[in-house]
Design a binder for this molecule. Structure first.
Ligand code: NI
Length: 273
């Protein structure tokens, strides 16, 4: 059985899991998911991420205001986040960033203000960031170059050239179900071009379900299919790697990035860092 699955980005607080959240979490842990970062999108969901991390030794939390949630954020969001980053098992600030896809999102300047304030918060608390960049590659890269955080650009959708720019900054590239989509050539091109030392795997569960489960709700155990797809594509190009090796390397990368222990710590009150 394949194991050592580290899902660097999932949302088990999502309402898609209301009916069976705890069964799914327990089941995928048995299926080899050894670590996952539950990523917050606003204040309430960040608190829910912390609650999940408190309940399950293998889950860690990230807190932040997603660019699509900027328009509904409270004025004192930085003060509120500042309380949350100090909670046990909070290992990152995110997801934060820019989303120029939806017209009803906050204006670009407002999104950038929130993004920069949260990049500064992360720096202040020496935490990595989890970046959301949708159709905002230029501004995202500019702000990452300006603030030089540690972290990952999640669900990476830019070009190979942009991926290399991100890696030059010392940041990681987060790859998920999109690498398995037949109509999306860029994600798999990135997945085969970048050094594996800078790759982490993710699901974005309940979204971005990989082939062959398209149309179903995503969960972290499905990362195996993403990993298999990347390993096969790299092997075809002569960079031989098998699925388990890729799972091991990306787990080690994520462990280093988020400074989480390889083994479960059953004392949830101890802040791991
Ligand atoms: Ni997400």
């Amino acid at each position: 059985m394949l194991n050592h699955i580290f899902d660097s980005h999932a949302h088990y607080d999502d309402e898609a899991f209301t009916q069976d959240r705890h069964e799914i979490i327990k089941q995928m842990h048995k299926q080899g998911v050894c670590r996952l970062i539950n990523v917050g999108a606003n204040i309430v969901r960040s608190k829910e991420s912390i609650a999940l991390a408190a309940q399950y030794p293998f889950i860690y939390a990230s807190v932040g205001i997603h660019p699509c949630d900027v328009k509904d954020a409270p004025c004192d969001y930085i003060q509120q986040l500042e309380l949350l980053v100090k909670q046990p098992k909070v290992v990152a600030v995110g997801e934060i960033g820019l989303d120029y896809h939806y017209e009803d999102n906050a204006p670009r300047e407002v999104q950038m203000t929130f993004f920069e304030a949260q990049l500064q918060l992360a720096k202040q608390y020496k935490l990595p960031v989890i970046i959301h960049d949708r159709e905002a590659h230029g501004d995202t890269l500019d702000l990452l170059k300006k603030h030089k955080p540690t972290g990952v650009v999640h669900c990476f959708s830019g070009s190979v050239e942009m991926a290399n720019e991100i890696i030059k900054l010392g940041m990681y590239i987060g790859l998920g179900g999109a690498v398995t989509f037949k109509n999306a050539r860029t994600p798999i091109a990135v997945a085969t071009a970048i050094p594996v030392e800078y790759m982490v795997l993710e699901t974005d569960a309940p979204y971005m379900t990989p082939v062959p489960f398209r149309g179903k709700r995503c969960n972290s155990a499905m990362i195996i299919h993403t990993a298999e797809h990347i390993a096969n594509a790299r092997s075809e190009q002569g960079n031989h790697i098998n699925t388990q090796e890729l799972l091991d390397i990306t787990r080690n990368n994520a462990t280093k990035l988020f400074k989480v222990p390889l083994e479960d710590s059953y004392d949830n009150n101890v802040r791991v860092r």
